[in-house]
Design a protein around this ligand. Structure first.
Ligand code: ARG
Length: 467
């Protein structure tokens, strides 16, 4: 057999693989990242094979020792990856045989690269999900902490990016936190479907050896063996689900980033981001740019792209395994890396946000943000809502002309528009009165924000302590 023909399957071939084809079909340049999971899966497989009598205990021990040594070689950067050996699986197996001889060739009994690679990716995804879980927890905790500290801080709330009604900054932050709580739920829900074991499906139909898939599943911490061998080797739903989770998360982080970018501008001037999260300009010495949120906003694009890649990769694939599936790894790896980096950036940055309280307060005061409160005041005194709306509209028009907020007008000025208005109106026209009045669950009143923050912290604590 020619040197250039792959030794794992070269038996039936009469000429070596074309050099370009070897490079084109190889995945080792990127799937070597799965080496740890590949070895973990192989050790469990060999352990199970010995348990059911397909391998002797000596053979099992020799395989496990060899794989453990290979793990060390890889970790120390001594392992020589070979492109002609195509992928991570065959590189490791070839090295094992080089080390322990013929026993190394027995490892693949009752297994195929098809169930092997599906298992490796699921193990990888499970670890990735657990790291993302921890980072999401850290971000949510920091966000809730800031919301609690800023429960009394008043800022304008917007619709159509026009000043609408005053809200508290803590309330705004807890809106972000709700988005992340849903993302977190989606992540953990995805984990359930990731944590199912393909091993034992072999190439597509199962295997003739007396394997015990429950043993392997337990050794690897999977909740159960996959039900159907054809589905087990071909299913990548979990990858698509993960990319969907990631896309929605990045969409949320991008929205938050956009607000942070706006708020740091001189025009808004609502917050300061510490210098360590910003960079300068090489030409304009005065500049301090919010690069970190901008980059998170920008990275959303590649994650959406990966979701599209994976969906398109899977569409039209007939059962069972097809080589197309090799294309799942790069988008998945990049999605995991991007999500972890963006979450880290946010988890570090959010607790360090410095609100410029006076500037936020001023902005809320400028935009007639208590106009609805004046209308509600009139309604409580028997004026029909439509009439109240008209009266307040005229008051705002007057304020625009006189450059005065509603709360800055005298009682006489306000009474030009309705004699129902009395001195107690100023309680509702202040920003503090306006936010405090929205005092129900989900409302922006500082007391509600504090209560919501403590509920959110409780929920996080319950998640952390869950088994
Ligand atoms: N490198 C392949 C992948 O990533 C491993 C499985 C190959 N199986 C096969 N029958 N060619 O999907």
């Amino acid at each position: 057999m020619s040197q250039a023909t792959n030794q794992s399957w070269g038996g039936r071939f009469s000429e070596p693989t074309d050099a370009f084809v070897a490079r084109f079909t190889a995945s080792v340049s990127f799937d070597q990242r799965l080496a740890g999971q590949d070895i973990q899966g192989s050790i469990a497989h060999a352990t199970m094979l010995a348990r059911v009598g397909v391998l002797s205990d000596e053979e099992r021990d020799s395989i496990i020792d060899g794989l453990t040594e290979i793990q060390g070689e890889i970790e120390r950067g001594e392992f020589e990856w070979s492109v002609p050996l195509e992928d991570v699986h065959m590189n490791i197996e070839a090295r094992l045989t080089q080390k322990i001889g013929i026993t190394g060739k027995k490892l693949h009994t009752g297994r195929s690269r098809n169930d092997q690679v599906a298992t490796d990716i699921r193990l990888f995804m499970r670890d990735a999900i657990d790291s993302i879980d921890a980072e999401l927890m850290r971000l949510r905790e920091g966000m809730i902490g800031l919301a609690e500290r800023e429960a009394d801080t008043i800022m304008p709330g917007f619709t159509h990016l026009q000043t609408a009604q005053p809200v508290t900054f803590g309330h705004h932050l807890l809106a972000w936190q709700e988005m992340l709580a849903r993302d977190h739920e989606r992540l953990l829900d995805t984990r359930k479907r990731v944590n199912v074991m393909p091993l034992g499906a072999a190439a597509l139909a199962g295997t003739t050896y007396p394997i015990d898939r429950h043993v392997t599943a337990e050794l690897l911490g999977f909740s159960r063996p996959a039900e159907n061998s054809l589905d087990a080797v071909s299913d990548r739903d979990f990858a698509i689900e993960f990319a969907s989770f990631a896309s929605i998360l990045l969409m949320h982080l991008s929205r938050m980033s956009e607000e942070l970018v706006l708020w740091t501008s001189a025009q808004f001037d609502f917050i300061d981001l510490p210098d360590r999260f910003c960079t300068g300009s090489s030409i304009m010495p005065q500049k301090k740019n919010p690069d970190v949120p901008e980059l998170v906003r920008g990275k959303t694009g590649r994650v959406y792209g990966h979701l599209m890649s994976l969906l398109t990769l899977m569409k039209s694939q007939p059962l069972a395994y097809n080589k197309d599936n090799q294309e799942d790894k790069e988008p998945l790896f990049d999605t995991v890396d991007t999500v972890l980096d963006c979450l880290k950036a946010f988890a570090d940055m959010v607790p360090a946000i410095e609100p410029k309280k006076e500037s936020m307060f001023e902005a809320a005061r400028r935009g007639f943000s208590t106009a609805t409160d004046l209308a509600d005041y009139l309604v409580r005194r028997g004026v029909a809502f439509r009439d109240a709306h008209e009266i307040v509209g005229q008051s705002v028009a007057f304020g625009l002309k006189e450059k005065k907020d509603l709360s800055e007008m005298t009682l006489e000025e306000l009474q030009q528009f309705s004699d129902t208005i009395e001195a107690d109106v100023f309680e509702v026209l202040t920003l503090e009165g306006s936010v405090a009045a929205r005092n129900h669950i989900g409302g922006t009143a500082p007391d509600q924000v504090r209560a919501a923050a403590s509920r959110a912290l409780e929920a996080l604590k319950a998640h952390r302590e869950a088994p």
